[in-house]
Design a protein around this ligand. Structure first.
Ligand code: ATR
Length: 290
């Protein structure tokens, strides 16, 4: 329930019909007894005017998703330092004269690693992918003090570009094409203690039989695996780790939303409410067919 005084927030992107954010944000507000409302706002074109319009309409905050996480930066009045470094924004907070941009995706991923007791400090990291998601993973791993990072992507040029763009070079960074990585696995991975991040769309519903790398030897060389996909809840990539520690992207989704809600409402969410929303998300994605 909400009143005429409600804080109004929303989700901008295209397409957004399958987003779980409106449900999640709705539960946060009702469980916390906060007078706010969160609405889906499909924006097919002219992001600039959509953002201006949202400001004029009094929106307190917005989430921004595919395909606008980069473009939206052009229409902000201010940007959080870490979001600026990453070059991607998923949360907007109303300030005087416009919106300030944040990246709560990276905060959500950090929190989900912490919850799973996966530490990155001084660890050897492998990241599959070089898109927006991989970029967030890369920045987080650098920030968390990874010892070395191997970036693997089908298109090697995209992986190299990500590395070149990175400001902090205080970490041993290498890029390989997926093809070369598979062929040269033994030479590229001399150790047995890597943390592997799967940040491509390979294995996501409906292509649940796909896996970025099939070779058992790869998984034997890893300590733990993180897949940013959450449908299905256990990807083939995750299954390949057998009994080792693995997590999916559900907590990242949950906590990016929780951090956004806290920014808009300036209230900390109760843990029980977060648990409740996690259960709802699990239930929703369990048999998800879209
Ligand atoms: P996101 O913002 O979710 O990261 P994206 O920017 O479109 O989405 O990036 C998708 C990633 O998945 C890319 O790394 C892409 O590899 P390329 O850069 O080589 O295109 C990767 N990807 C998608 N389909 C793939 C496939 N079938 N095999 C290997 N990698 C794939």
């Amino acid at each position: 329930m909400f009143t005429a005084r409600a804080k109004v927030c929303g989700l901008i992107g295209n397409p957004i019909e399958h987003s779980l954010s409106p449900l999640m944000q709705g539960i946060f507000s009702s469980e916390m007894n906060v007078d706010s409302i969160y609405v889906p706002l499909p924006v097919k074109k002219d992001l600039e005017n959509a953002i201006k319009g949202a400001y004029l309409l009094g929106f307190k905050g917005l989430n921004v998703t595919i395909p606008y996480k980069k473009e939206v930066i052009n229409y902000l009045i201010d940007i959080d330092e870490s979001a600026k470094k990453i070059g991607a924004v998923n949360t907007l907070v109303r300030v005087n004269g416009g919106f300030k941009g944040y990246n709560t995706d990276i905060l959500g991923l950090e929190k989900s690693l912490k919850n799973a007791d996966i530490s990155i400090k001084n660890k050897k990291v492998i990241i599959f992918g070089a898109g927006g998601a991989a970029k967030s993973v890369l920045h987080l791993c650098v920030n968390l003090g990874a010892e070395s990072i191997i970036l693997v992507n089908r298109d090697i040029l995209k992986a190299k570009k990500l590395i070149t763009e990175l400001e902090n070079k205080n970490v041993d960074l290498k890029a390989f094409s997926l093809e070369e990585f598979k062929l040269q696995l033994k030479n590229i991975l001399p150790y047995n203690d890597y943390i592997a991040f799967q940040a491509t769309s390979v294995g996501m519903y409906p292509n649940v039989d796909e896996c970025i790398i099939e070779d058992n030897e790869f998984y034997e060389k890893c300590l733990a695996g993180v897949d940013i996909i959450y449908t299905p809840s256990k990807t083939r990539f995750m299954e390949m780790f057998l009994n080792k520690k693995v997590i999916n992207g559900l907590d990242m989704l949950l906590y990016q939303g929780a951090f956004a809600w806290e920014l808009w409402n300036e209230v900390k969410l109760d843990n029980e409410v977060i648990e409740k929303v996690r259960d709802m998300l699990k239930e929703r994605v369990k048999d998800r067919k879209s």
